[in-house]
Design a protein around this ligand. Sequence first.
Ligand SMILES: [Zn+2]
Length: 273
Amino acid sequence: MAIHKTEGIILSTADWSESSQTLTVFTPDRGKLVLIVKGSRQLNGKRGRPLRFARLEINCYLREGSESGYLSDVEPVEVFMFEKDGQLGRLTFASGAIELLNNLLTALDPQPLCYQITLSFLRMTNSLDKKRLPGLFAGYILRLISLLGFRPNLVGCVGCGKEIAEAADNSKQQTAPILFSIERGGIICENCRRSMAGQNQMVGLSPQLHGKLSELMTSSLEEASQKAISLKELNEAVDMLTALLKYHAGTIRHLKSFDFLDKLVRAVKTYGG
Ligand SMILES: [Zn+2]
């Protein structure tokens, strides 16, 4: 085994005996690593700080050509305590994001850009005003799933490419939903929907929400956090993305469990009451 020095974020921990734990970490250079920790006390860091949401310096021994090994030592360089106003909401969004990441990342697939935006997301979840968290969360989730290959197409019909515009005349208060095809991974026009044979899983998006999500697709996290997204809209968006990931990640990557997505939906629903 060779010693390897890197940094990372904890995705999950599991106890497998009184004195040992396994630690799943996301590193920028090696992707997801599973490390055995002997003496779980070290997981609190040398200065006793909790490491659950933190950027860590990690020394580990890795098996040749493998993503598993042993933790040698770990030290936090940046800890996110979420102590500002709205602590529960901050924890909810951060936990949901980390769990989603843990379920979507696959072994031996470094995602350095995902790593960087996840760090930015945690930093901003720790520091921004709580009113900006729903926009930040929605923006992060869209960026994350796009980087990992599940980018929803919100621009033109997935059948014919025709632009599906929001009602041009705002005075009409156009409320007919824009249909999103889960199977095709994008919005679809009435004509194409009618010509599609068989059962199709569709989600209706309000034109307002469709407009906001389209903007978020091209927003930085900073810009996303400035968008006014209500919790009702966030619920709708998470429901739609949940259906998309269940369908596509479930078939392509054979993920074991999507319970975390239901948990995420529930968490978003309870956030803010
Ligand atoms: Zn079409």
